[in-house]
Write a protein that binds this ligand. Structure first.
Ligand SMILES: *Cc1c(COP(=O)(O)O)cnc(C)c1O
Length: 374
């Protein structure tokens, strides 16, 4: 028998959120609401649909391997040189390229926990040690929901090649502010690369949450990871990118890229999305308004929901997380449970969130939070 590497055989199977059409059919309703994967609910931007249609006739050819047009557009948008940009098949693949580029077996990757689920998996595949630093309560006595940057800095040792800081943090939605992040960056040794994972940057409304692209200036061991999957509405096309202060970092990511991994449709769509930024900003503002409404509605129900700077909210339900998510699913609402910790709920359009809130009321009145067994 052919065996996979032990590290790979031991990996948990990734479980994507349930398909809403399948769920609706299974439980016999017209429609299920999916609030599980942090996509935006809006349809693709008109310019994006046009660009995809215009590129369809070229798909007998390989895409531009260097994604030159997209790279130049990103460089211009963020005020960096094209040599500081590396694109990839989703930001997740860029993370994997970073691990391939920087982590020999026996080296380490540091990150907060709980944070983005991919980080421990990347480390495992790379044969690297995962240095996980627990989140701490953002408010006294509250749930553990925010980065412990001093703890993270203290965890870094001479085996640590990469440290991820997910800001805002997935799945808690909390964000670290400028002074603490600057202090952290000053404390990280020059031979450790800090990757600021800003997949949700476009939803940030608090002016004290720093823009990683500004923070990386003058810091050659800092890079910023962004994606077109969330605010820009291209989750189905798979485009992410890295901006690095040191062009050598972008170069290392490019070297580990599987050739042609950003498709021609994805490149054209991303360029069109960037050119539609004012519409994207309006959509993000609508999400932020709805996020405030949803947060308020959840707090009215007695749930201690932290302020989110992303397009999702975190319900710290502890031991009841899996059970409540299953009960919501039975009521045609798909959320993302983290067993024993909490449930992440994407901010939908108001009608979707109302369906979610009604389902949650139904679940909580049949078994209130804090009831026996909680
Ligand atoms: C969604 C997400 C990404 C990006 O995903 P891609 O779709 O692969 O671009 C990266 N980091 C975090 C924290 C995310 O939540």
């Amino acid at each position: 028998m052919v065996s996979a590497r032990p590290a790979v055989a031991a990996m948990p199977v990734y479980r994507p959120g349930r398909n809403p059409a399948d769920l609706a059919r299974e439980i016999g309703v017209d429609r299920a609401v999916k609030l599980a994967s942090n996509e935006v609910a809006f349809p693709p931007l008109p310019a994006v649909v046009q660009a995809i249609a215009a590129t369809a006739g070229e798909t007998n050819r390989y895409p531009d391997n260097g994604a030159v047009v997209l790279t130049r557009a990103l460089a211009e948008r963020y005020g960096v040189e094209p040599a500081q940009v590396a694109t990839g098949c989703g930001a997740v693949t860029v993370c994997q390229q970073l691990a391939q580029a920087y982590n020999d077996p026996g080296s380490s990757i540091a990150f907060a926990w709980r944070s983005f689920e991919m980080y421990p998996l990347l480390a495992q595949v790379a044969g690297a040690r995962a240095q996980q630093v627990p989140l701490v309560p953002g408010t006294p006595g509250g749930a553990a929901d925010t980065h412990d940057l001093d703890g993270l800095a203290a965890a870094i040792d001479d085996t640590t090649r990469v440290v991820f800081v997910c800001n805002p943090n997935n799945p808690t939605g909390t964000a670290v502010r400028r002074p603490e992040l600057e202090r952290f960056l000053d404390a990280v040794p020059a031979q450790t690369l800090v990757v600021l994972d800003e997949a949700y940057r476009e939803f940030v409304t608090d002016p004290d949450v720093p823009d990683g692209v500004e923070l990386m200036r003058g810091r050659p061991n800092v890079a910023v990871l962004r994606t077109f999957s969330k605010a820009w509405g291209l989750a189905g096309l798979r485009v992410g990118y890295l901006l690095a202060e040191d062009p050598a970092v972008a170069d290392a990511v490019r070297r580990t890229q599987v050739p042609f991994s950003v498709s021609s449709l994805a490149q054209a769509a991303a360029v069109a999305a960037l050119a539609s930024e004012p519409e994207v900003r309006e959509r993000c503002a609508a999400v932020a308004t709805e996020r405030a409404r949803l947060t308020g509605a959840l707090r009215e129900r007695g749930l201690p929901v932290a302020d989110s700077q992303a397009n999702f909210v975190w319900l710290p339900l502890g031991e009841r997380a899996a059970e409540i998510a299953a009960a919501l699913e039975a009521r045609a609402v798909i959320t993302r449970p983290f067993a024993g910790e909490g449930v992440r709920v994407t901010v939908g359009i108001p009608e979707e969130d109302d369906v979610f809130l009604a389902a949650l009321d139904d679940v909580l009145t049949s078994a209130p939070v804090g009831a026996a067994g909680a």
